[in-house]
Structure formats: C-alpha cells, structure tokens
Design a protein around this ligand. Structure first.
Ligand SMILES: NC(=O)c1ccc[n+]([C@@H]2O[C@H](COP(=O)([O-])OP(=O)(O)OC[C@H]3O[C@@H](n4cnc5c(N)ncnc54)[C@H](OP(=O)(O)O)[C@@H]3O)[C@@H](O)[C@H]2O)c1
Length: 306
C-alpha cells in the first residue's frame, strides 16, 4: 500500500513511519522538522488553503494515517481557534477529500473525549463528554470524519514511546527526570491504558489491511494510574522509585482539566482483529529494549539541522 502519514515528525507519525516503511510505501507530511529519514517526505502545512487536495493529488495514496494535530492540552486551552482548525476542521476536510478520491483513512482521536465519571470501563457505545478544549475539538474531529466518510477508521488512542525531540511522551517525562536523579510528580488519580507506540503502529496498519471501519478504542489492555506507570518505568530502567511523588492531579499546576478515569475497553478491537492487545508490561519492556539499542539517539538524528 502507498500510505500518506500526516504528522510524520510527531510521536506516532515518526515511529509508525520508521516501523512500516519496509512493508509499505510511506510518504510523510512534514513541516521541515525532519532530515535524512529512510522514507519519502512531502513538505506541507496542512492548514494552508488547498494543501489537503494538493498533497493528495500529488501523492495519490491508497491510504492516509492522519496523525497531525494540536495534541498538547495546555496549548489547546491557550489557542482554541488553532485547536479547532487542526483538530476539528482539518480532519473533516481530509475525510471528505479521501471519500471523494476513494482513499482509505485512519484518523487518530483520543481517550480523553470521556469526562471520566463512569464507574467502569468505557466502550465505543458510551457517550463522550469532553472536559476541555483539546478533547472537545478532537471529538468534533471524530464526528466530522465519520459524517463525511463513514467507512473511515477513527481510533481513540493513548500511547508512549521515544520521540524526535525527546520530550513528547509521558514515558520520556519519567525517563528524563529519573535518569537525571530529579524528583517528579506522578498522578495517583488518573487511570489510563497506555499502549507502546510500536504496538499501536502495527495495530493501525492491521486495521487498514483488514479493511475495518468506524470507531475503535485502540489503547493498551491494562489500566493503571499515571503514578504506577512512572514506577514501572523506574523499575524497568533501575531508577530510584522514591523520586516519583504520588500526588493528585488537582494539586498540579496544569491548566487543562484531566479526566480521572480513562479506562477504555479494547474488546471490539481485539475481536475484530482476532488479536490479543498488549498490556503495559510488554510495552515498557519494548520501550527499554529500544533504549538499549540506541533508538532515542537515532530519533534525534532525524532532526533537521537548520
Ligand atoms: N500522545 C498521546 O498519548 C496521544 C493520546 C491521545 C491521542 N493522541 C492523538 O494521536 C495523534 C498523534 O499524536 P502525537 O502525540 O504523535 O502528536 P505530536 O507528537 O504532537 O505530533 C503532532 C504532529 O502534527 C504536525 N502538525 C501540527 N500542525 C500541522 C500543520 N498545520 N500541518 C502539518 N502538520 C502539522 C506536527 O508537525 P510539527 O512537528 O511541524 O509541529 C507533528 O508532526 C494526534 O491526533 C493526537 O491527538 C495522542
């Protein structure tokens, strides 16, 4: 398949492109962040008028994996208009264009469309109630995609891994602090289901290969708190666990509201793919193996030198 990956410099886009380019033809959409990557790039700001149709017309992909977004919750609170354009309007425009041209589409959404008040695990049938600008614009993005192109895949995700700049993921947050011997906070009252980015990338491609469509929860099969996630990272790397201070998210100085319960069911995904979805332990082990193999340095080497 010829697959166009938007957000190719981002945490998911770059990991996915590096993992998949030997199996499928990958063309990444980039805004001059990347250099010397082993897959093809096309330079575009997707918010420029006509950019979506121009890129699709030039590349003629069979599928698009749409990872580009304004994914920083605080940045979304500060720039709601930009969040609306990137997270809500652009996916709708892209979906309409893909539908017109018969191009398969995987659109990335988020676990945080839920307000976290459910006493239990969220399924795809549960009604979202986004708590902030990021999640509200991402929910609109989902709705715009599925109304323009019901055959598209909308994947609600949460993932971790190594990124281009080394600061994008929660796993890197803990690694960066703990490896420097610095104290940091871990939230004891946010439950989530993180999936290793390599596992996520493989699953997204399998969803395309199996021609799935519609809304899916694509997270890890195991729920834990962000504090426990930090402890697991500390244990895997042999760092001092007591550097992580257990606190409530309400005691943090983060401006965007966070949901306390982001436990999502992967039953639909697991059934439709006939696949056991990995939990967090195997994911952290893979994250550590990449570290041992020098993957973080390799990621940095793909940064364009200006
Ligand atoms: N990280 C998570 O755990 C998580 C959780 C839930 C959902 N998600 C969703 O998963 C997807 C991928 O997230 P991520 O963490 O990989 O995001 P990320 O690391 O923040 O990357 C965002 C990407 O979007 C690109 N982009 C932003 N504005 C653009 C524009 N106008 N034109 C072209 N490209 C643009 C960025 O390019 P530049 O480098 O040039 O800025 C970057 O490559 C997003 O839809 C996000 O909402 C992520």
């Amino acid at each position: 398949m010829r697959i166009l990956v938007t957000g190719a410099s981002g945490l998911l886009g770059l990991n996915l492109s590096l993992l998949v380019y030997t199996m499928h033809e990958i063309i990444g959409v980039d805004r001059s962040q990347l250099g010397a990557v082993p897959f093809r790039l096309v330079n575009a700001d997707l918010l420029d008028p006509g950019a979506v149709d121009r890129v699709l017309g030039m590349i003629r992909p069979e599928a698009v994996i749409h990872c580009a977004a304004l994914a920083n919750l605080e940045a979304c609170e500060e720039n709601p208009a930009e969040a609306e354009r990137l997270n809500a309007d652009l996916p709708g425009e892209l979906a309409a264009s893909c539908a017109r041209n018969g191009i398969r589409l995987v659109h990335l959404s988020t676990d945080s469309v839920f307000d976290g008040t459910k006493n239990g695990i969220y399924t795809e049938a549960d009604l979202p109630n986004p708590p902030g600008v990021y999640s509200a614009t991402k929910l609109k993005g989902e709705q715009n995609v599925l109304s323009a192109y019901p055959e598209a895949i909308v994947a609600r995700v949460n993932f971790f891994g190594w990124s281009l700049g080394g600061k994008r993921s929660l796993s890197e947050f803990f690694y960066n602090h703990l490896s420097a011997g610095e104290a940091c906070n871990g939230f004891t009252d946010i439950w989530f289901c993180p999936l290793f980015v390599g596992d996520l990338a493989e699953i997204l491609v399998q969803m395309l290969e199996k021609c799935l469509s519609g809304l899916y929860h694509v997270v890890g099969s195991e729920a834990l708190t962000k504090y426990d996630f930090g402890l697991r990272i500390a244990r895997q790397f042999g760092f001092e666990e007591s550097l992580i201070h257990p606190i409530s998210v309400e005691a943090s100085n983060l401006t965007a509201r966070r949901s306390h319960n982001l436990r999502l069911s992967v039953h639909k995904l697991s059934t439709d793919l006939a696949l056991d979805i990995p939990g967090v332990s195997t994911g952290i082990a893979k994250f550590y193996t990449q570290f041992v193999q020098g993957y973080p340095q390799k990621m940095r080497s793909y940064q364009q030198i200006s």
